[in-house]
Design a protein around this ligand. Structure first.
Ligand code: SAH
Length: 351
């Protein structure tokens, strides 16, 4: 039980940061495996419609061609979940002659249970697994990450009359997890009122530096899709979801999915520092529409039984509608500066 392990850790060494709490809890949570879909805790875009992964597959094929169709490149997915996105991506991208033979598949996944599911679904492919992106060998790269960044640990700060303090997780007299504050200054913190919360994620920034350095030095592009905001801002976004309902972040450690909104401005800033080109973030609905999701949905529904056609249509709607996933979710590309602008971002390039 991760709760007992964390309680022991706090008793022996004192309160732990929110980031350390999140990291330990996420590891325990994803190790369980049964987390996605109607029977699990939450539903993600690739699990809603195969069209999502297929369009990303076509996107990757065009990027690969624009890279000069290298005979070998690393096709990397971070946090592949059940492997659905990679499976749909490969099926669609295989239409580009040479892509499948050139793609060396690397999955960055810490959960042994999810690795086993990915192995089952991708049994016809040759796949390497890694705990971290740094373990993926260097070389030309196309990287995809959907709802990966939101699971990476964040630190939380609160502005008090005595200045910014960092939030830690401690135990109360009854042995329940509680938040406490310790002195700590987020650098740089935006202007804020007393009581405001500010979140930063060294894990996300570190990931962005790494991705950008790889594409800028070795050629390629990365596609990051997640829910989050375009500008850095104060506000508390850390949340826990269990069986499709919100619950307390400290309530049942290891049994609920902990995520936070991604600060895409921080990702962009880190990526630019490494000399990569940043495109977006764009709203997911707009990006998918530019990639032709409506047409692809119609093709898929054509000549199908009415209930299947309706399911395809409603899946597409969920992915693009602003009141569903279309506006909250954002898409960002990080690419080699000389690479042709990746699909869906042309209209925004150079702005
Ligand atoms: N992309 C999938 C799953 C999203 S859930 C989808 O869209 O359905 C988050 C995924 O990231 C899971 O596969 C989880 O095990 C993985 N993950 C979370 N934190 C991780 C970390 N620090 N390192 C590697 N993988 C991680």
């Amino acid at each position: 039980m991760i709760g007992a392990a964390l309680a022991g850790r706090i008793r022996s060494a004192g309160p732990i940061s929110v980031a350390d709490y999140m990291d330990a809890v996420a590891q325990a949570y994803y190790a369980r495996g049964e987390v996605f879909g109607a029977a699990g805790d939450f539903v993600t875009a690739p699990e809603i419609s195969q069209v999502f992964g297929e369009l990303i597959g076509l996107w990757c094929a065009v990027v690969w061609r624009n890279m000069g169709a290298p005979a070998s490149f690393r096709l990397v997915e971070c946090g592949p979940g059940r492997g659905t996105l990679m499976n749909d991506l490969l099926r669609a991208a295989a239409r580009a002659p040479g892509f499948a033979a050139a793609a060396e598949i690397h999955l960055v996944e810490r959960s042994p249970t999810l690795r086993a599911k990915q192995r089952d679904l991708l049994k016809d492919q040759s796949v390497s697994w890694h705990d971290e992106l740094s373990a993926v060998p260097p070389g030309p790269l196309i990287l995809v990450a959907n709802e990966f960044l939101d699971a990476l640990p964040i630190r939380q700060f609160e502005l008090t009359a005595a200045g910014w303090m960092e939030r830690y997780v401690d135990l109360d007299q009854a042995g329940r997890f509680i938040f406490v504050l310790k002195p700590g200054d987020p650098q740089p913190a935006p202007a804020a009122k007393i009581g405001a919360t500010f979140e930063v994620s060294p894990a996300i920034t570190g990931f962005a530096y790494q991705v950008a350095a790889r594409v800028a030095r070795n050629q390629g592009a990365a596609l990051l899709i997640d829910y989050g905001h375009k500008a850095t801002a104060v506000g508390e976004t850390l949340q826990a979801v269990k069986k499709h309902k919100p619950c307390g972040v400290l309530e049942t450690p290891g049994e609920a999915d902990l995520t936070a909104h991604v600060d895409f401005a921080a990702v962009a800033k880190a990526a630019r520092t490494e000399g990569a080109l940043v495109l977006g973030p764009l709203e997911q609905g707009i990006w998918l529409e530019r990639l032709g999701i409506k047409l692809r949905g119609l093709q898929l529904a054509k000549d199908k039984a009415p209930e299947i056609a309706r399911a395809v249509e409603s899946g597409v709607r969920r992915l693009v509608a602003p009141d569903a996933m279309g506006a909250l979710f954002k898409v960002m590309a990080i690419s080699h500066p000389a690479l042709a602008t990746p699909d869906g971002f042309q209209q925004d390039a150079g702005r």
